[in-house]
Design a protein around this ligand. Structure first.
Ligand SMILES: [Fe+2]
Length: 182
């Protein structure tokens, strides 16, 4: 399933603008990280776009989050590996991620909000966000407090943190118009 198709499926299940933006941003970070790692950028972006597809439907029930998402995706004909990754990305039920795809998904899920928050304090200009900005804001615990820093750090087993931040900024810059940023 390619990006356009994934976005169409997402829009059938997610109505909230901020959740849609979160999914698009996470997908964009996944694409850049895949490219940096020699993995499949289109596939990783699709996973990022779809990972929270059930979030509105489960309505905060974290015992169902991910599991229900995989059911939605399987019904839409999405392959089993993607369904399994979506099930397992719920770190409250699973964890102990070692596969680069799963490690990066945890980090992308979290860093996307951090980079968007960095852009918002610059008047929405993601083009003004640098790797140094993200590093500095990472250390300010009160900033984007919903962004769980502990889910980002394990990415260092896969690639150096500064390189991951560069991927995140590049990815979010690529989809900036979709996120209402510039
Ligand atoms: Fe997410």
């Amino acid at each position: 399933m390619e990006r356009t198709e994934a976005l169409a499926l997402l829009s059938r299940h997610v109505q909230g603008v901020s959740l849609r933006s979160h999914c698009i941003a996470t997908g964009a970070v996944m694409r850049e990280a895949a490219a940096a790692l020699g993995a499949d950028p289109a596939r990783w972006e699709t996973i990022g776009i779809l990972h929270d597809i059930d979030f509105e439907e489960v309505g905060g029930d974290m015992q169902r989050h991910g599991i229900r998402g995989a059911e939605i995706l399987a019904a839409a004909g999405v392959d089993g590996e993607i369904c399994s990754v979506v099930t397992r990305h719920n770190h409250q039920l699973f964890g102990g991620y070692t596969a680069p795809l799963e490690v990066v998904l945890q980090a992308a899920d979290s860093v996307s909000g951090l980079v968007i928050a960095c852009a918002l304090v610059k008047g929405g200009a993601v083009t003004g966000v640098t790797e140094k900005t993200v590093r500095k804001k990472f250390r300010e615990k009160g900033f984007a407090a919903g962004c769980d820093r502990e889910r980002i750090l394990p990415v260092e087993a896969v690639m150096p943190l500064p390189r991951f931040y560069d991927c995140a900024i590049r990815g979010i810059t690529r989809v900036k118009e979709d996120l209402g940023l510039h």
